[in-house]
Design a protein around this ligand. Structure first.
Ligand code: SAH
Ligand code: SF4
Ligand code: F3S
Length: 459
């Protein structure tokens, strides 16, 4: 299997404009980048606003309730552009995969629908819609042996310090609440040589940090284990930092823990979604681990890499979750001392086991869900503030990513633990600097540059 190569010299002069509205996770962000690169080869330049677009794409997310409504209301906003400019409108991503032709029926002015596996067919889909007036639906899965991961165009990454690199796609797990296995299909790992080639390409244009992504990234098996993939990516000449997301606790192997412990380039940050602190709920979620097992893994991780920052996802109000179950979640969060907890109210998704059994297990009233969410968030915030407070006054190594969003005169970057830092300083983008941390808000540190450790101006 040979990955598709991109010949920069063949890029035609852009004559049309493409606007993409991206919803959802990092995978969608990476897919949007690949779609844009693909369409650039067919004469479409990206535009930041829909009003002057000839092609409008919605790259959608189906993870929670109201996802279809969100897409419908965005489509309503783009309808005017269609009327005025004759723009084509297409829906891709997870809602496209979930709703298929149904969406074309509901939205008469929608031109085409395509799923994540049809991304590479996008230019042909657009041509069929444009030239033949066909209302295309492309949501078939590509066989895992035949699937070719689109390669990032390094020219588009020029000037960037960080990049997402897709390591695998799909999910073979059966978490009872989750729609992803139905919207992204079976797991397919990208061959290791292909991942390494993309990383080397990105480094050659100045990228210093890559985040390997996949719905269940640590079950990677594209010719080596995930731990080995991390070691090899971290060893690519010029790479300073490697991150990865999202890991499933049940696939957190001893070897992965060892890799995180032994290589400095692998960042000391681990996102390890726990979902609940109650074994009863975890079993109903089909997560395939217990709280004790999870905490033991966390302990091993922290032993291998002291100071590692751990973040998590939690669902509150899962069907049948009692006050006692929820209290156990609060206990776990207090014990694990996460730097960040991404907490979600449970929402029923089509064709999932949790939805099927919701009545039998017991629907948690909305007001209870919201109250639990607030209690969890307030505990998580207080822990985060305490944890961040421990670093005030100290210095941390920061990879400079660009100007600060709140004050463009300042710099923005992140520590190896993925803590956001806005600081006064003059180091070039791509440099690694020491920053003294002076203030903390729940989401970011503010500080001042004290030394440049590595001058790495972008090429
Ligand atoms: N593959 C990742 C999760 C991807 S979805 C993993 O297994 O950890 C990101 C997060 O959304 C999940 O961790 C979960 O906390 C949340 N989520 C997924 N489905 C949900 C649902 N039906 N209701 C509420 N939250 C959900
Ligand atoms: Fe969904 Fe579970 Fe797969 Fe994550 S591991 S994407 S929560 S099914
Ligand atoms: Fe959403 Fe699909 Fe990502 S459902 S979270 S866009 S995998």
């Amino acid at each position: 299997m040979v990955a598709m190569q991109f010949d920069v010299a063949q890029k035609p002069t852009a004559s049309k404009k493409l606007f993409v509205h991206t919803f959802g996770c990092q995978m969608n962000e990476a897919d949007t980048a690949r779609m844009s690169e693909l369409m650039a080869r067919h004469g479409y330049a990206r535009t930041p606003q829909p009003d002057d677009a000839d092609l409008i794409l919605l790259n959608t997310c189906a993870i929670r309730e109201k996802s279809v409504q969100k897409v419908l209301s965005a489509l309503g906003r783009y309808r005017q552009t269609k009327l005025e400019r004759g723009a084509l409108i297409g829906v891709g991503g997870c809602v496209g995969q979930q709703e298929k032709a149904q969406l074309l029926k509901r939205v008469p002015y929608l031109d085409f629908v395509f799923g994540p596996d049809a991304l590479q067919k996008l230019p042909d889909i657009v041509r069929r819609a444009e030239e033949e007036g066909e209302r295309v639906v492309e949501t078939a899965w590509v066989d895992s042996e035949e699937y070719v991961f689109p390669r990032a165009d390094p020219a588009e990454a020029r000037g960037k310090v960080t990049a997402f690199v897709i390591a695998m796609k799909g999910c073979d797990n059966v978490c009872a609440f989750c729609v992803v296995p139905r919207t992204r299909g079976r797991e397919v790992s990208r061959p290791v040589y292909d991942v390494l080639a993309e990383v080397a390409d990105l480094v050659s244009v100045g990228v210093r940090e890559v985040t390997l992504i996949g719905q269940n990234v640590n079950s990677y098996r594209g010719g080596c284990s995930f731990a080995e993939l991390l070691r090899r990516v971290a060893a690519v000449n010029g790479i300073r930092r490697v991150r990865f997301t999202t890991s499933h606790p049940k696939d957190l192997s001893d070897d992965l823990i060892a890799a995180v412990g032994e290589m400095e380039e692998i960042c000391p940050h681990f996102h390890l979604p726990v979902q609940s602190g109650s074994d009863r709920v975890l079993e109903r979620m089909r997560r395939e681990y217990t709280v004790d097992w999870y905490l033991a893994r966390l302990k091993a991780l922290r032993k291998a890499r002291p100071g590692i920052a751990v973040t998590t996802d939690v669902i509150v109000g899962y069907p049948g979750e009692t006050d006692d179950d929820f209290a156990k979640t609060l206990d776990l969060v207090a014990q694990a001392r996460y730097e960040n907890v991404y907490a979600f109210v449970y929402s029923a998704r089509p064709h999932t086991l949790a939805r099927l059994r919701e009545k039998e297990w017991g629907v948690v009233p909305h007001s209870v869900k919201v109250e639990r969410l607030e209690r969890l968030n307030s505990l998580a915030r207080s822990i985060a503030v305490e944890e961040m407070g421990r670093h005030l006054g100290g210095t941390s190594s920061v990879l400079v990513e660009g100007p600060s969003r709140t004050d463009p005169a300042r710099r923005f970057g992140r520590t190896p633990e993925n803590r956001v830092v806005n600081f006064d300083g003059d180091a070039a983008v791509g440099s690694v600097v020491d920053v003294r941390l002076l203030q903390a808000t729940p989401n970011a540190f503010s500080g001042v540059q004290v030394a440049v450790k590595e001058e790495l101006p972008c090429t």
